[in-house]
Design a protein around this ligand. Structure first.
Ligand SMILES: *Cc1c(COP(=O)(O)O)cnc(C)c1O
Length: 358
């Protein structure tokens, strides 16, 4: 039997494992930051109608440039953006991959500030881009001076910022984002997958786009929009960046069904985003409850909470699972991450935690 090690893999892929949070069939799944609320019936109906309208024409390729969808995404984002400033793909992970195919690649480097989204290094390696593991302070904060010094030292072709940051949950101060963007000679990608969950007064890096043509903001419909299964991510940037990405995108990468479903969902944005406030209430409740138990908790602008001070985080994770609650071990010893969902899920999480802490 031939296995992976017998195949002529690219050297940098040897020994790697595919990305994958466990997809286990347990009663309470709080490990991948999905929106816990199912798609509301009126949105189900709107998407079904939009898909029905496409079916007869599936003999034809879809709009390769997804112009109508990009127009709708730009309108949703606001900030004076147009279709020319936006691009869409099958999840924001594909957006990030396309960006690295254009701006990274063999002989080039990408820098991120760990801990951050674990897919940033994986997509870098997958595109032949050398990953540089930048650092943060012990409390996961990143000062202007610390960030700028690392950009200056490494002169990366691509800098990844994640705000609100996964797995810590905290939004990055705008002065850090701006200082990194001003210092960088390459591209700066701000991954704003959780932007809609940010606490009031947290600005988006979208506000910086007019001043910085090498800045890219990536977003997704997987989290606040409750459409992780539909696979729709997008970016906003200067129109030249959108032109650049078209050099590497596969022709017709975004199916007519995906485009239609995303447009129908965007037309119902208010309804779909109706769960965001309820999730933020549970997020803040989890933060308060965990602090009351004496645990360390990072401030969260997202739909999840990172908590630490656990002598045996792997053991707590395992006991939680035994009690039917799946949370995430993000590989930070002493810390675990939990997704904020429904009030019942918070109840189940807290009950299981109290039975799992030593
Ligand atoms: C969940 C997540 C994404 C979303 O990826 P999709 O491919 O759009 O589902 C992107 N970035 C971060 C930081 C995430 O946590």
């Amino acid at each position: 039997m031939t296995d992976l090690t017998d195949l002529p893999l690219r050297d940098e892929l040897r020994g790697l494992r595919p990305y994958g949070a466990p997809q286990l069939d347990v009663p309470v799944r709080l490990n991948t930051n999905e929106n816990s609320y199912p798609v509301p019936d009126e949105v189900v109906d709107a998407i079904a109608k939009a898909l029905q309208g496409e079916l007869r024409d599936l003999n034809r390729y879809p709009d390769r440039d997804a112009v109508a969808l990009r127009t709708d995404l730009a309108a949703y984002l606001g900030h004076g953006l147009t279709a020319a400033h936006t691009w869409a793909a099958n999840g924001s992970n594909e957006i990030l991959q396309q960006l690295l195919q254009v701006f990274g690649g063999p002989g080039r480097t990408a820098l991120g500030f760990t801990p951050a989204y674990s897919m940033h290094p994986l997509i870098s390696v997958g595109t032949g881009t050398r990953w540089i593991d930048g650092t943060r302070a012990e409390d996961f904060t990143l000062s202007v001076e610390h960030a700028v010094a690392q950009v200056r030292e490494h002169r990366p072709d691509v800098v990844f910022l994640c705000s609100p940051n996964n797995p810590t949950g905290t939004a990055m101060p705008m002065d850090v984002i701006e200082a990194v963007t001003a210092e960088a000679t390459g591209m700066v990608i701000v991954d704003e997958a959780y932007a809609e969950f940010a606490r009031p007064g947290t600005p988006s890096a979208l506000t910086l786009l007019p001043a910085y043509p090498r800045l890219v903001v990536s977003r997704t419909m997987s989290k606040a929009f409750a459409l992780a299964g539909a696979r729709l991510g997008y970016l906003a940037a200067a129109p030249a960046v959108v032109d650049a990405v078209q050099l590497v995108r596969l022709p017709y990468h975004l199916s007519a069904l995906t485009q239609a479903a995303a447009r129908a969902a965007l037309a119902c944005a208010d309804t779909l985003l109706g769960t965001v406030e309820a999730i933020k209430v549970q997020r803040d409740r989890i933060v308060t409850e965990l602090r009351a138990r004496g645990l360390s908790v990072a401030d969260s602008d997202a739909n999840f909470v990172l908590f630490g001070g656990l002598a045996d985080s792997a053991g707590v994770w395992r006991r939680m699972l035994d009690h039917g609650v799946l949370i995430r071990d993000v590989g930070l010893p002493g810390w675990l991450r939990v997704t904020a969902g429904t009030p019942d899920e918070t109840d189940a999480f807290l009950a299981a935690l109290d039975r799992s802490l030593p």
